[in-house]
Design a protein around this ligand. Sequence first.
Ligand code: HEM
Length: 536
Amino acid sequence: TGPATGTPTGAPTDTPQDAVAQQGAYLTTAQGARPSDTDHSLKAGPRGPVLLQDHHLREKITHFDHERIPERVVHARGAAAHGVFVGNGAAQKICCASLFEKGKETPVFVRFSTVLGSRGSADTVRDTRGFATKFYTDDGVFDLVGNNIPVFFIQDGIKFPDVVHAAKPHPDREIPQAQSAHDTFWDFVTLHTEATAHTLWNMSDRGIPRSYRMMEGFGVHTFRLINDKGDAVLVKFHWKPKLGVHSLLWEEAQIAAGIDPDMHRRDLADAIESGAFPQWDLGVQVFPDNDEQMFEGIDLLDPTKLVPEELAPVQIIGTMTLNANPTNYFSQTEQVAFHPGHLVRGIDVTNDPLLQGRLFSYLDTQISRLGGPNFAQLPINRPHAPVNDMLRDGMHQTAVHSGVAPYRPNSLDGGCPFMAGSAETLIEFPEVVKGTKVRAAAASFDDHFSSARLFYASLSEIEQEHVAKAYTFELGKCYEKAIKQRAIGVLRQIDEELARTVAAGLGLALTGEPAESSAVTVSPALSQLGGTWPCD
Ligand code: HEM
């Protein structure tokens, strides 16, 4: 069996079709002819010039010249593994997606990544990590394209090019922020203060994970789950590593970046090869799907906010085991195409404006990264469910379609059933949408600091010390004093003592205003909230 039909673990095995370029006992050209020699060009005598007619030389070099595809515009450096997700049945009450059924095994492919570095950069830099999972379900592909940090820098997809321009290497010297001038990154996050919580997570120990196997993962946005009765709830997805969450010390991260820049990808591959299969529980925080889409005063459509687990516990709905390494980096880790819009029956999106921007971006970028619109036919991207679409032709088409009428209804092609019964189709939740057309955000999006305060207050003393050191070190790389000074003002909105320590470390005055209210909301004890949770 190959990826199109599925294997229990998700690890692709070669099918004759996939192995199309590696059949037979002898070396051949791409056309199947056997060259007499592949080490010498065809020349006019052993010391003469090379002849233009040497088609074997030209085929070999031309193909080599085109071996590279563009790296991802973000998350270029990654490492991946195959595995299996097993549902425990707890989500069945709230979601009709087959992958959550009790005992159901769904093959997965997971790609971990850094965000900002290029393909050849070091693993242990201070950065957000991507945690993208492709579930090859019976009902089609579901991608959970998350990060190891539960909040994001911006609230609206339209700012994504801006934050990435600010955080990528400086345009003049192409030196990454983490090694030289930091001015554009810090300029952005201090002027766009909704980035405060994400930046704080980056400056905490979470910004330098010890291993991909020891990272949490977060869907970040609020998603909607729908059950067979059509009832909806809002959820936030969480991956919980069975090995716990562990980080590197800053000094360790720097040494590792020099001694073993491949530390994280080596660690993942070695663990799997030795049979120490990494595992994560998948859980959801569940919220009622009401008109406000708020929970305990927290706006669920704002991706810069987190909901404390004391307020909404993470309920475990299944477990993922990574049990096979990719057999070829390019065909799997590089050619895999994740997309938050790859959804299956029972899982739908919300109006989070960052998520809405993402729904456009991934397919668009993959059309150029993977050379046209047919990359769903690549083995790693093929659904394990039957595909019968009306998409035709285009660059790198490898399917040989039959019939003459790729449109519906038609009276020529024998009427392939148009739609499955409503019990099998995707559910677009019939949310009522109304409003005045406007370029604006809800007033609740103006709260830029409460999630940062909650996170900072949850850290132990030594973790808070690490945060202060990280801000001092990273801001110390800024050339512009005004930017550093502005950053101190932002830190005062998180914690007065943190701002004071960093200002002292940088030899700067404590500028800016103290926070109007730096009180951290005290979470009511769970027992006080009463009721049962939907997955109980
Ligand atoms: C990769 C855009 C926000 C997680 C990418 C890629 C693009 C992109 C263009 C490269 C995809 C490819 O070439 O295949 C955006 C935009 C965002 C956004 C426009 C905001 C509007 C986020 C957020 C998360 C996230 C909030 C996490 C929740 C990822 C991950 C990858 C990725 C994990 C790497 C996927 C892989 O391993 O191939 N993003 N992104 N992105 N993005 Fe985003």
